[in-house]
Write a protein that binds this ligand. Sequence first.
Ligand SMILES: *Cc1c(COP(=O)(O)O)cnc(C)c1O
Length: 406
Amino acid sequence: MTGNQELTERWQGALMDNYGTPRLPLVRGEGARLWDADGKEYLDFVGGIAVNALGHAHPAIVEAVSKQIASLGHVSNLFMAEPPIALAERLLQLFGRDGRVYFCNSGAEANEGAFKIGRLTGRKHMVATQGGFHGRTMGALALTGQPGKQEPFLPLPGDVTHVPYGDVEALRAAVTEETALVIIESIQGENGVVVSPVGYLKAAREITRATGTLLVLDEVQTGVGRTGHWFDYQAHEGVEPDIVTLAKGLGGGLPLGATVAFGETAELLKPGHHGTTFGGNPVACAAGLAVLDTIASEGLLENVKRAGEKLREGIEGIKGADGGSRNPLIEHVRGAGLLLGIVLSEPLAPQVQQAAQDAGLLVNAPAPNVVRLMPPLNLGDDEVDAFLRALPGVLDDVYGDGRSGE
Ligand SMILES: *Cc1c(COP(=O)(O)O)cnc(C)c1O
């Protein structure tokens, strides 16, 4: 058995440096628990970046994947298999609308699919939001509203306008009858769990409808139960997008993305327009079905709302080291369900992430002042309690260091 240090050195010798060196080598997971190569145990509130919807090694996924790989692992899109059919049917049922599904392997690819459907409208202009994240492939990167990520790769395809997130008037001004699509996240996860203002999606729908522009909702992070709804936009009354993109939680740990289009939009992709060899892979789709089945059978949408509320209240109630009524490092908690961002009063999120890891808690810092939590949707009360017991010490450690000017 090799330990943390040896695996880290081997990583550095053989893997590309595009992620830097990851924080930890992990060897085993069970539910919301993980173990590293030195045998240390962690409470996992990263969840593979909102991917491990049912936690690690959930029996329903293990069984579905094992059965499928033992009978038919891959057929290519020259043939068909039942799992992608069943998963597409199930997704459309959950959306409650007529449409069609294109399966792929990641969030970026799901958005590439939307990008290409947008081009098939005959229009070229697209509108996305500042701070938005839609993936790293060239089309998805063109939509991503984070100049630092784009800059080394210019020029990017498309004619994309990025508008301030949540600003209805800026959106109205940017969208014209030349605009193919508008792409929005209802919560900007990678940008630090920034929640769109009430009415924003509804306004976006009205604006895009008036110009005949497609409304694409990127639910790669917020979809599949993460916020306590099957898809987060369903919390926003009356909004009916033309396209929804999914990935992350959909495969419960297997690589699986989907571009779901509704109504006439679903008819734009014609034979030969798009494709990917692994799209609709039976094993990944079997895992996706197990995820959706388990969310339904175990009442996980309710659990997400309940556990998310308990977590949020618990964090906001954490007292300061001096017994003060509130911890001075916690400004507030934002997000929905089990996609939460602890907004800090100082840019100490990386330090909190490290101190938490030392204390056996895995969290993520998507922005200098935001600690993001994305635990499994089946998170138990005992796990929420364990997190809330450990967090105050972590914050006190970090804030003490911060104040001493480290
Ligand atoms: C993670 C993410 C993506 C990109 O997904 P990948 O699978 O990393 O390509 C796109 N959009 C949103 C909202 C995401 O959170």
